[in-house]
Every structure is written in structure tokens, then in C-alpha cells.
Design a binder for this molecule. Structure first.
Ligand SMILES: [Zn+2]
Ligand SMILES: [Zn+2]
Length: 280
């Protein structure tokens, strides 16, 4: 962290180089008030069309407006911050999108770090923002459910916690994963859901076991099957013919609707050839 004099010199240098207030904020972590003071002290003109110039109230007004202007809907209830700095700007000030999300959802200042309860580290959805006291409470509730024999899927559904959070609570409290009835998935779909992590953009990442091939696999009862075949059956209600491959362009994706079997690939190839497309 630069001391105050260095910080002021750096702010002046960035402003002279044509940086916006937002860019100076993001780069140096300086408040908009300090940036404005430095600009006045050094008589650096405010360029036309700058979105966050002070005194003109050109930026978004109010916390909710600032948050809405700086974030985008990521689907499935998740929200993404639009800029790499992870800040949102409002009322001549700024804060991290996460802290603003928390204030919007809970109407109070967060205590300690604000994180996403949904398991998506980038998510800034107000409903997914939680601070330290909430995390403590959530972890106690997760531990209680796990001790009572709940499955990961049940804990996720009941408390809205991500798989990684549930797993870390189990480790922290040394709650054994017993091969008992309560922990065994009751259906193949549940066995799949236990390790299928929605990435928020339609794809699904596998957090469960892999075999030697290596291919992601689902264990159910005494049997084992590849995740892609299980996902395929869930999506189409029939047995796949030949190997199931990812058809969405993400080789790691195991989303039910994104897998293709041989007849589907052949049909797609025939359609592409019919319109003179590439023979993929
Ligand atoms: Zn989320
Ligand atoms: Zn996909």
C-alpha cells in the first residue's frame, strides 16, 4: 500500500495520462473524493464524457442503481460484476460489488469478508452474499444436517450451500462419510446431482470421481457408469449408442443436454454436409 504522498502522486500521474476516475479507483484503490481533491490541487482538467466525473453527478445515483449498472445477470440466480476491478460506483463513491450486494440484501454493514454462499466464487448476487457471522451460522446448520445423515444433495437443496462448502464443513467437523443408507443416493439422478456443479452459464462441471481412462464416473449401488452416459439418459430417456461426447464446445462439460451419441453426431454431420458446411 503506497503512503499518502505517493498515492497522491500516482493518482495525479494516472489522471494526467487520461485515466477515468473509475480506472484510478480500480488501479489504486483510492476513493473518488481523494481523486477529485488531487485533480483540483493539480488543476488537471476533467475530460469530456467521463462517466464518473465528480460534481456533475453523471454516474449512477444510489446504491441499487450503481449495483444494477455495474453488474449483469449470469442466469440461475447468479450475478456477475461487469468490470474486472469488481467495484460498483454510485453517489460519488464506490465499493466492491460483493459488499454492495450484501447491503442491498440485508440492509446492514457486512462483518468481515463477504463471500458467495452459492459456491460460485465470482457470483455477486445479493441473495448469495454472506458475511462472517452468516457463514458461521450456515456452517453450524450444515454440520447439524450432515450429522443427522443428510446427503450433500439434501443439504444443498435445504440450505442453498455449494458442494465445496458442504465438503469443507464435513472435513472441519470430521463428520465421517458413512456407507450407510442415509448417505447413499437413492437414484442414479441423485448420484449424478451430488457431484454435478452448475457453472452458471448452462454447462456442468464434474466434481466427483474419475476412472483410469480418465473419464468422469458415477458410482451408484454396486455399479459404476460414465457421467456422460448417465447425463445422456437423464436428458433423452434412452440408452446412448456408441460413445457420448460433449457437443457444446466445452470438453469438460457433463450437462445432460450437451452430450451427443453416435447417431446424433452422424445426423449433425449429414446436416452440415447437406448445407456444404465443414465435415467436422
Ligand atoms: Zn450465485
Ligand atoms: Zn456444456
Amino acid at each position: 500500500m503506497p503512503d499518502t504522498l505517493d498515492l497522491r502522486a500516482l493518482i495525479a500521474a494516472m489522471l494526467r495520462a487520461g485515466a477515468t476516475y473509475a480506472q484510478v479507483c480500480a488501479e489504486l484503490g483510492a476513493s473518488l473524493n481523494l481523486i477529485a481533491t488531487v485533480r483540483r490541487e493539480h488543476s488537471i482538467p476533467v475530460a469530456e464524457g467521463r462517466p464518473f466525473s465528480l460534481g456533475k453527478h453523471a454516474g449512477p445515483r444510489g446504491m441499487a442503481d450503481g449495483f444494477a449498472a455495474g453488474t449483469t445477470d449470469a442466469g440461475n440466480g447468479h450475478v456477475r460484476c461487469s468490470n474486472a476491478s469488481r467495484f460498483v460506483y454510485y453517489d460519488n463513491t464506490h465499493d466492491t460489488a460483493r459488499r454492495v450486494a450484501f447491503r442491498l440484501a440485508h440492509g446492514r454493514e457486512p462483518v468481515g469478508l463477504v463471500t458467495a454462499s452459492c459456491g460460485e466464487p465470482w457470483c455477486v448476487a445479493p441473495g448469495h452474499a454472506e458475511d462472517r457471522p452468516m457463514r458461521g451460522q450456515l456452517r453450524l446448520r450444515i454440520a447439524a444436517m450432515l450429522r443427522a445423515g443428510a446427503t450433500y444433495a439434501q443439504v444443498r437443496a435445504e440450505l442453498g450451500a455449494g458442494s465445496s462448502t458442504v465438503a469443507s464443513v464435513r472435513r472441519e467437523y470430521s463428520i465421517p462419510v458413512v456407507a450407510g443408507r442415509a448417505f447413499a443416493p437413492r437414484t442414479m439422478a441423485e448420484a449424478y446431482a451430488r457431484h454435478a456443479e452448475d457453472t452458471g452459464d448452462g454447462h456442468v462441471r464434474w466434481t466427483g470421481p474419475w476412472n483410469q481412462v480418465p473419464t468422469p464416473v458415477v458410482n451408484f449401488g454396486r455399479g459404476q457408469d460414465t457421467v456422460r452416459r448417465v447425463a445422456f439418459r437423464l436428458a433423452y430417456g434412452r440408452e446412448p449408442v456408441g460413445p457420448v461426447t460433449s457437443g457444446c464446445g466445452e470438453p469438460w462439460c457433463v450437462a445432460p443436454g450437451h452430450g451427443e451419441d453416435r447417431p446424433m453426431r452422424e445426423q449433425l454431420r449429414a446436416q452440415l454436409e447437406a448445407i456444404g458446411g465443414p465435415r467436422a
